[in-house]
Every structure is written in structure tokens, then in C-alpha cells.
Design a binder for this molecule. Structure first.
Ligand code: C2O
Ligand code: CU
Length: 510
């Protein structure tokens, strides 16, 4: 159960997680200490060092973490908390982040959605050597672009990310914010395999929309039809086998009723920064009694806020939403995916003076709701203009057939995938086509991109992102970016099991 078992190959990942979950059940002592931490609100531990560089210390170590009373797991955390400390940085300020690895195994940190220099990108074997146990590594960069970003381990993410090595990274604009607010909360969503509850079905369907209701979230699309026709077992096999048995869902590291209520005051505009750190699940976030106005996609501002009933968020995506606090009472903010709220993914939103009100329980499913989709947003021109050549790359995503854990790009598994070669300043276009039965949230390191088209439909005003969901069953997405950041950049599916299975390639910018 201790570190030796973790690094040994004898235990499968699922067995390990189950074992650690059960070991944790006996440990009651943590409750007080764990409860004292306020994940997501503890702020950066930084202080100005010499020469105006802000220094921040992060220590990765094992932790016993109480997801909810009676559900204690052996996880991994930055500075002992899940999520790790929220870093609030100013656009362009110089920061030096010292990572001390107190884990019994190597690790690295990736600054997801931040245009760092390539050597600071945290990809072991590509941009740096893994940080060995007991060693430190110094990350230094000027945070850009502004918005809700995050940081997480990039070493064996299928274990380390899943065990808690992630945290919010907020880059505040040097100038005024295009969407002012009175109060804000950061909410990080995650799924856990603890062996203590009924496993939740994994997410196969996409969220990108644009197929007139045929594909997309819970629309009874092809995936479900096939599953119905062929039986659950077969559907499971076709969807790619050995998923960990996720059975607990958390918001800021806590499952309801342990989740920390959010306080609001009538009349306020409240900004919620939603981050999906899950390895597998899409979460569909909804607030009882209120609509939500999407203002930022992966941290990048829209031209105007877009009001919806609920926001589907795929692994690694972020959405900032504004909430007009105009219905005093007690409400649940929760995930509408069947089973998720019950598994813990709900948090109370309490208006001041209504702390004792009773909140209506969450409603499962999304029938009749207006859901956020990529083509609903109007993006701003925030990317640097291209100066070089146009280059187009076609990437076909496949794999997962008959329960296999093989996931490919153009029929190859990383490291055998063909790198995408471009020059600094080029206008690069990537056309994804998904021939598999599962959606893939594809993430590009080092620079953000525009989403030009989804399932053959052009977006009127492309939104800007760094992760994009490519729907299953021949879903397609076209992205475009200016290759402004030189280096070797990972481009991969953000489901760690799919990465592990080979769905990675490199964008090489010379
Ligand atoms: Cu958020 Cu390569 O990852
Ligand atoms: Cu994938």
C-alpha cells in the first residue's frame, strides 16, 4: 500500500486506486486537518524576490485526502491540498516557481494554456528531464495570455493527475477586464476511483454540437444507439475497455456534503471559473434557479456574454461564466450528467440571509435545456497575426476498438506519430477527424487556437481555445493558430488513458 506498491508494476492502476481508497477508509484522523484547508481560495504563496521576480514554492507530495466524510484516499497534491494552491499572477510579471518533488517517483509541471518558453513546458523527455524524487526544478516565465488557466503534472498523468496533482492558475489582465464582476469563485471538477461506490458510466459523447441534435451530449446519438443495439457489454468493449471505475465526483477536492458553500449577495455579478480536471468525464454545470452567461472559453474572452441553461465542460476545458444574483435563496450548483450530483458533484450557493433556506435537489439530464456549444460563442481576435506560410495538417483520430487501449493519430501511436513541422509565424491549420467511438478533447501546448469549424459547419466568429472536443463517429474540427512560440509542443488527447494509449503528436515550430 505504501510507495513501493505504487511504483511497482504488480498492481494495475484500478487495483491500486481501490486499494488506496480502502486503506483510507480506516484513517479518520485527517478530517480536522483536511477540513481546515480551503482549496482554491488559499491564493499564491508568492512573495517578491530580488529584481522584481515573484517566487512561489510548490511541493508535490503524497497526501491522505478526505473527499467526503468516510471517503479518504491516498492521493498526490501540491502543498498538501487538492486542488493545489490557486496561483494568481499578473499578465507579463516575471515569476519563478520552485517545484520540490517529495513524491517517491518523478514528476513535472505543465502550465496548461500558458504560452511559456518551450523549456518551461514540463513535458518529460521532450522539454525537460523528469524531476527525480528529492530534487527541485525551477520554472520561470512571464504569464500570458490572461484568463483562467491551470497547472498539472505531466508525468504519468493517468496516475498522477488522477490522484490530485492539479490546480488553478489565473492570469489577471494588466488592463481592465472586459467582463466586470463583484465576486468570483474558482471551481475545479474531478472524478475519483475509490472503490467505495457504484462506478459511473464513462463519457463517450462529444459536446461540440452543430450536428442538429444528432450527435452531442446526451442527445441519444450514435454511441448510445449502438450500445442499445449491441448490449451494454459490447458497447463498453467498443468504447475502449479498461476505464478506471470512477465513483466519486468532487468540486474543489470535496464531494457534497463536504463541498464548501458559495456565498453571494443579492444584486451581485458573480464570476465562476470552471475547470474540468477529470480524466474521463464531461461535466454539465448548471445552477438551480439561474441561467449562466459564458464569457470566456479556456480563459479567452468572448465578444459578448452568451446566456445558456447549462455548460458542458470536457476534460481540460475551462469556462468562465457570470451569474446575475437576482433570485435570493439557497440553490445547488451541480453537474446534470446522470449520477454525478449524487456522487458528490454539487455545491450550495447561499444568498446572504438565506443560509437556512432549503435548496431544491439537483435535476438530472438536460432535456429541454439550452446547452453551451462552440458555435454559440463569438470570439475575439486575440491571437498574434500570422506572417509566414499557410500549412494544413490532416489528423485522423482512431483506436479503442474491441476494448483495446490503443489510440492513434493517422494510424500511428506516439512516439511513432509524424510530427507537424512549421516555422515561426506560420498560419497553421489542423483538421481533426474522429473515426473512433469516443470523443477526444485535443489539447495543443504553447499557443492557443481558433476553432474555425465543427462537424463541417464554419463558426461565424471563431472562439479561441487550447482544448477542443472532437466528437465521436466521424466528428470533425478545424483549428487555426499562429505558430508564434518556437519549440516542440505536445498535441494530444487530454484523457490520460488515451494519451497513454498513444494519441499524441508533436507540433515542431522552428
Ligand atoms: Cu493539460 Cu499536455 O496537458
Ligand atoms: Cu481521447
Amino acid at each position: 500500500m505504501e510507495a513501493a506498491a505504487v511504483t511497482g508494476s504488480a498492481l494495475s492502476r484500478r487495483e491500486f486506486l481501490r486499494a488506496s481508497g480502502q486503506a483510507g477508509l480506516g484513517a479518520v484522523a485527517l478530517a480536522a486537518g483536511g477540513g481546515a484547508l480551503l482549496p482554491g481560495r488559499s491564493g499564491a504563496t508568492g512573495h517578491p524576490g530580488s529584481g522584481g521576480v515573484r517566487e512561489i514554492s510548490l511541493e508535490a507530495r503524497e497526501v491522505r485526502w478526505e473527499l467526503a466524510p468516510g471517503k479518504v484516499i491516498k492521493g498526490m497534491a501540491y502543498n498538501g491540498q487538492i486542488p493545489g494552491p490557486e496561483l494568481r499572477l499578473r499578465e507579463g510579471e516575471r515569476v519563478r516557481i520552485v517545484l520540490k518533488n517529495s513524491l517517491p517517483e518523478p514528476t513535472t509541471i505543465h502550465w496548461h494554456g500558458v504560452d511559456v518558453p518551450n523549456s518551461m513546458d514540463g513535458v518529460p523527455g521532450i522539454t525537460q528531464k523528469p524531476v527525480a524524487p528529492g530534487q527541485t526544478f525551477v520554472y520561470e516565465f512571464e504569464p500570458r495570455p490572461t484568463g483562467t488557466r491551470w497547472y498539472h503534472t505531466h508525468f504519468q498523468e493517468h496516475r498522477q493527475l488522477d490522484l490530485g496533482l492539479y490546480a488553478p492558475l489565473l492570469i489577471e489582465p494588466a488592463g481592465p477586464d472586459p467582463f466586470p464582476f463583484d465576486r468570483e469563485y474558482t471551481l475545479v471538477l474531478d472524478d475519483w476511483a475509490t472503490g467505495t461506490g457504484r462506478p459511473l458510466p464513462s463519457t463517450r459523447e462529444g459536446t461540440a454540437g452543430g450536428r442538429g441534435g444528432m450527435g452531442g451530449m446526451m442527445g441519444g446519438g450514435m454511441g448510445r444507439m449502438m450500445e442499445g443495439m449491441m448490449g451494454r457489454g459490447m458497447g463498453g468493449m467498443m468504447g475502449g475497455g479498461q476505464h478506471p471505475a470512477y465513483d466519486v465526483m468532487t468540486i474543489n477536492g470535496k464531494a457534497f456534503p463536504a463541498s464548501q458553500p458559495l456565498t453571494v449577495r443579492e444584486g451581485e455579478r458573480v464570476r465562476l471559473r470552471l475547470i474540468n480536471a477529470s480524466a474521463d468525464h464531461t461535466h454539465v454545470i448548471r445552477l438551480g434557479g439561474h441561467r449562466l452567461r459564458v464569457t470566456h472559453t479556456d480563459g479567452n474572452p468572448l465578444l459578448q456574454a452568451m446566456e445558456v441553461d447549462a455548460v458542458p465542460i470536457v476534460p481540460s476545458e475551462r469556462y468562465d461564466v457570470l451569474l446575475a444574483a437576482d433570485r435570493p435563496g439557497a440553490w445547488f450548483l451541480y453537474c446534470a450528467e446522470p449520477g454525478h450530483a449524487v456522487a458528490g458533484e454539487q455545491v450550495l450557493v447561499l444568498y446572504e440571509g438565506h443560509e437556512r433556506d432549503r435548496a431544491e435537489p439537483p435535476v438530472e439530464g438536460v432535456a429541454g435545456l439550452t446547452l453551451w456549444r462552440y458555435d454559440l460563442g463569438r470570439g475575439r481576435e486575440v491571437l498574434p497575426p500570422p506572417s509566414g506560410q499557410e500549412r494544413t495538417f490532416d489528423l485522423t483520430l482512431s483506436g479503442g476498438m474491441m476494448g483495446s487501449e490503443v489510440w492513434t493519430i493517422n494510424d500511428e501511436r506516439y512516439p511513432h506519430t509524424e510530427p507537424l513541422r512549421m516555422r515561426k509565424g506560420d498560419r497553421a491549420r489542423i483538421r481533426f477527424r474522429n473515426m473512433s467511438m469516443e470523443a477526444h478533447p485535443m489539447h495543443l501546448h504553447g499557443q492557443s487556437f481558433k476553432v474555425l469549424a465543427v462537424n463541417g459547419q464554419r463558426l461565424a466568429a471563431p472562439i479561441v481555445k487550447d482544448s477542443v472536443d472532437v466528437e465521436a463517429h466521424m466528428g470533425s474540427v478545424v483549428i487555426e493558430f499562429t505558430a508564434h512560440n518556437p519549440g516542440d509542443w505536445f498535441l494530444h488527447c487530454h484523457k490520460p488513458m488515451h494519451m497513454e494509449g498513444g494519441m499524441i503528436t508533436l507540433a515542431k515550430i522552428a
